[in-house]
Design a protein around this ligand. Structure first.
Ligand code: BG6
Length: 486
């Protein structure tokens, strides 16, 4: 009966990445083209927008990218060349003391089109080597099965997750990787940030938005298919790997009410419900009742088949993971629920500073999120992403003095520790982009998150050399002291 005074002994400390943002080698090792290979870089200096999201792709653009990609940059195709440099990178993570490393498997490396009956052995062998390398240093891999990509064939043939066919194709893929890595991986996340379907149909669900009539309907139908696929993957994981731990994940954006007016408070509650809808289904195994009215009010008619409820019940997750970057402000207005699924909020919080990409910095919001999530699910939580995207410069001494990043992470770790003292069960923390990588939203590498600098520019020019930043040595101390020496 004592207050947990800090991080538990078994706490998992590490960093997070995604295949399409680090691997490169997009056409090597038998890999098929994936949706992320079609995310073009749009120069912010030309478009004049810092948050120059390259999230959505139209059918016209896709056609152009495939047939005439002249003068267009696709940075996710080269990533940071982790495919060839994984040994050096994992050794650097080990030097910081990581006991967990979050990464994802590229579906198109395992099933190049998603339609094959047999997996691509070369792709499977690549992740064997990566997991073996982690094991050498006692690092647990935390593996996301689907992090914002899929074989492009599935977009072309089915318009991605709009089509129920994807459920079975995903289950086939999940079973293959679970079987193959059953002795090497015990922590899994089925889908990265499923709630971002509301923000970008292409990134999360491989849907060309111009080919659907009602985008909101498509987002929720795709989510329903992903819920089924996730539940079937959880069920398969339990059959295949004893003691496996499988989690769901959302991009958690806490919505504060703009004023104490009850209507604004009510809107904040409803905006948060739209965010929590995803773990509500995945942790409780059923649709929450509040969505019935939301679907009716928004003319959303989901195609839910008989027996789907049973699948959801059988595929409940063991833990809930979140990425946490920011909080938002909401108020009672027409477009409020639309904004609940968006990165951009038109209402500014005057008490918060912004990053160079205009993301509000709110470490206390992380504590609030953790407390609320634990209250709601009573399941262990995992902070699977958190970090600061910033421009870094190499100083004349050859070093990268990123005290701003240290400060950001320190504040968030402090608040996570407070949440643990508040009684929340947090299993682990993986900072986003522990090594610089290609940004998901903007395809820039100049939006850097890492403890390790990668010598590369947005056009893919550079030596690919890795240089530890000041934050590298700081995080090493944090891990060595189990979060006491911040
Ligand atoms: C999360 C994604 O939304 O945020 C990551 O899971 C992404 O893939 C991260 O990289 C940061 O976003 P961005 O756009 O700065 O790369």
């Amino acid at each position: 009966n004592h207050v947990q005074n800090g991080f538990p002994d078994a706490f998992l400390w590490g960093g997070a990445t995604a295949a399409n943002q680090i691997e490169g080698a997009f056409d090597k090792g038998g890999k098929g083209l994936s949706t992320s290979d079609m995310a073009a870089y749009k120069d912010p200096y030309i478009t004049g927008k810092v948050n120059n999201f390259t999230f959505n792709v139209t059918s016209k653009e896709l056609e152009k990218y495939k047939t005439d990609p002249q003068n267009i940059l696709f940075p996710k195709r080269w990533g940071i060349d982790f495919y060839n440099r994984y040994k050096e990178d994992i050794a650097l993570f080990a030097e910081m003391g990581f006991n967990v490393f979050r990464l994802s498997v590229s579906w198109a490396r395992i099933f190049p089109t998603g339609l094959e009956n047999e997996p691509n052995e070369e792709g499977l062998a690549f992740y064997d080597k990566v997991f073996d390398e982690c094991a050498k240093y006692g690092m647990e891999p935390l593996v996301t099965m689907s992090h914002y990509e899929m074989p492009i064939t599935l977009t072309e043939k089915y318009n991605g997750w709009a089509n129920r066919e994807l459920v079975g194709l995903f289950e086939k893929y999940a079973r293959v990787i679970l079987n193959r890595y059953k002795h090497k991986v015990k922590y899994w996340i089925t889908f990265n940030e499923m709630n971002m379907n509301l923000n970008s149909l292409y990134t999360g669900a491989g849907i060309l938005a111009d080919l659907v009539d009602n985008q909101l309907q498509a987002a929720y139908q795709a989510s329903h298919h992903q819920f089924l696929a996730s539940a079937l993957a959880v069920k398969a994981a339990k059959e295949i790997i004893p003691n496996v731990k499988v989690g769901c994940m959302i991009n958690h954006i806490e919505s504060y009410a703009k004023t104490t007016k009850p209507v604004d408070q009510l809107q904040s509650l409803k905006s948060n419900q739209l965010n929590l809808f995803y773990p509500d289904v995945q942790a409780r195994g059923e649709y929450p009742s509040y969505m019935t009215r939301y679907f009716a009010d928004n003319n959303i008619n989901l195609d839910i088949k008989e027996g789907d409820d049973k699948i959801l019940q059988q595929g409940k997750v063991d833990f809930v993971s979140i990425s946490y970057y920011m909080s938002h402000v909401t108020e009672a207005r027409e477009d409020a629920s639309k904004l609940a699924g968006s990165f951009d909020s038109p209402i500014k919080n005057e008490y918060l500073k912004l990053t160079q990409w205009d993301w509000p910095i709110d470490s206390i919001g992380l504590r609030i999120a953790l407390i609320k999530l634990y209250d709601r699910y009573r399941l262990p939580l995992f902070v699977a992403e958190n970090g600061l995207g910033a421009k870094d410069a190499i100083s004349i001494d050859g070093k990268i003095h990123d005290d701003y990043r240290i400060d950001y992470l320190k504040q968030h770790i402090l608040e996570m520790r407070e949440a643990i003292k508040d009684g929340v069960d947090v299993m682990g923390y993986t900072t986003w982009g522990c090594i610089d990588l290609v940004s998901c939203g903007t395809s820039q590498i100049s939006k850097r998150y890492g403890f390790i600098y990668v010598d590369l520019d947005d056009a893919g020019k550079g030596s690919f050399k890795r240089i530890p930043k000041d934050s590298f040595y700081w995080y090493k101390k944090v891990i060595a002291s189990n979060g006491n020496n911040l």
